[in-house]
Ligand binder design. Structure first.
Ligand code: BLP
Length: 395
């Protein structure tokens, strides 16, 4: 395989299958080996000193990685055309925290989307506040109107599109344009779409965060996060990650690389099955609303059609009346849906969610309780039969 070819013209599925497999790291085998290390031995003192002067170039110390981690980081960078580099973290929340600590300083203001993942909000309220960073939450539908919230202290705008529990799609290009005109950094949590469905850096976002725990790993057996940044921000992200001692094990990096290779085909199946089930829910009288970006009824659907290359397998429904007891009866009796946190693996999941306590800038009103579904790789007709029985229990 010719390492030298120009890879920028390759399509996303080809990049995902081939990226990060440099011969210097694989030595000719298909997958980079698992290089486990803490101590790295040098030939002599001169070699040690030369490596210490250039710790980002080659083997140095376990915390700085080995070809196993470098291969994964290289592949994740390639997934975001226009990106400079990627840092790896032990979880998605660690990646979010590491990026925010890299970008923000005391006295700064952060604009954080109100539909963000709850632990992202918790970091702002519990940690950033303590170091003198002010977080202002904004309506996910704000678009270019975010300009009215920007002040001379605004340092960064954090996006998550679609939102974690309620799936509003944001106008990423409009917010990026406002930010760039003011020298404000943009950060996106791109876990739901991955760069395959939303090429965030190519759209002008400065830093793209993934909870690799989800679709990148794809098998519910590794916790990992990543932050991919453009040339303006990567060095700062890398320096802060090193200062925080952030690293991942070679074994987890290997499993994440292994997951990455099938991401394209898995996402297509998640999209197809989830859309079939979301449309089925739309026809059910027990369901008031289906919050799936690919459905015209979902807030921001037109933006999804304009900016996204598809949809993944996570969406929510709002029940028509009923209560938590009825919701639990629906969920508890499901045979093919696990009940658990996380998502993005091959298995289907159902999670009772209550968005209202996790909002501050916008009011969440609903006709009844909400359930977030992750649609896995099972046959969608089996899943629908299971859900049909579940709806019959919703009394
Ligand atoms: C969009 C997004 N971004 C980052 C992360 C964190 O990834 P990590 O789990 O690897 O740290 C995630 C993790 N997702 N996990 C879940 O959605 C499951 N629920 C939770 O983790 C959870 C935990 C405590 C409180 C609230 C929630 N929640 O989902 O809202 C994410 O969905």
């Amino acid at each position: 395989m010719n390492d030298e070819q120009d890879r920028t013209a390759l399509r996303p599925a080809t990049r995902v299958a081939t990226a990060g497999r440099r011969k210097e790291w694989t030595q000719g085998i298909v997958n980079p080996p698992v290089w486990r290390a803490s101590t790295i031995l040098f030939d002599d003192v001169a070699h040690l000193r030369a490596s210490t002067r250039r710790p980002n170039d080659g083997l140095y110390y376990g915390r700085r990685g080995t070809p196993t981690q470098w291969s994964l980081a290289d592949a994740l960078t390639e997934m975001e055309p226009g990106a400079e580099g990627t840092m790896l973290y032990p979880s998605g929340v660690a990646a979010i925290a590491g990026v925010l600590l890299a970008v923000l300083e005391p006295g700064d203001e952060l604009l954080m989307v109100d539909s963000a993942y709850e632990p992202s909000r918790a970091f702002c309220d519990n940690v950033l506040k303590k170091i003198g960073v002010t977080t202002i939450y904004y309506d996910p539908a704000i678009g270019a109107g975010i300009a009215d919230l920007c002040t001379d202290r605004t340092k960064a705008i954090f996006l998550e599109s679609p939102g974690s529990l309620t799936f509003e799609v944001q106008d990423v290009p409009a917010i990026v344009a406002v930010a760039k005109a003011r020298g404000i950094a943009t950060i996106i949590d791109n876990t739901w779409a991955t760069p395959l469905l939303l090429p965030a850096i190519g759209m002008g976002v400065d830093i793209s965060i993934l909870a690799c725990t989800k679709y990148i790993v794809g098998h519910s057996d590794v916790m990992m996060g990543s932050a991919t940044a453009n040339a303006a921000w990567f060095d700062r992200i890398r320096r802060t990650a090193h200062s925080l001692g952030q690293c991942v094990s070679a074994d987890d990096a290997y499993l994440a690389s292994r997951g990455l290779r099938t991401l394209s085909v898995r996402l297509r199946q998640h999209e197809e099955s989830a859309l079939k089930i979301a449309r089925w829910f739309e026809g059910r009288p027990e369901v008031a609303r289906v919050l799936h970006p690919a459905l015209p009824s979902c807030p921001g659907h037109d933006l999804w059609r304009r900016d996204f290359r598809g949809a993944s397998g996570l969406f929510s429904i709002v029940m028509q009346g009923g209560d938590d007891k009825a919701r639990s009866a629906l969920i508890d009796g499901l045979a093919l849906f696990g009940i658990g946190y996380s998502w993005g693996g091959y298995e289907s999941l159902a999670l009772p969610v209550d968005p209202s306590p996790v909002r501050s800038a916008t009011k969440w009103q609903a006709e009844g309780p909400a359930i977030r579904f992750h649609i896995g790789l099972e046959d969608p007709d089996d899943l629908i039969a299971d859900l049909e029985a579940g709806l019959a229990r919703y009394a």
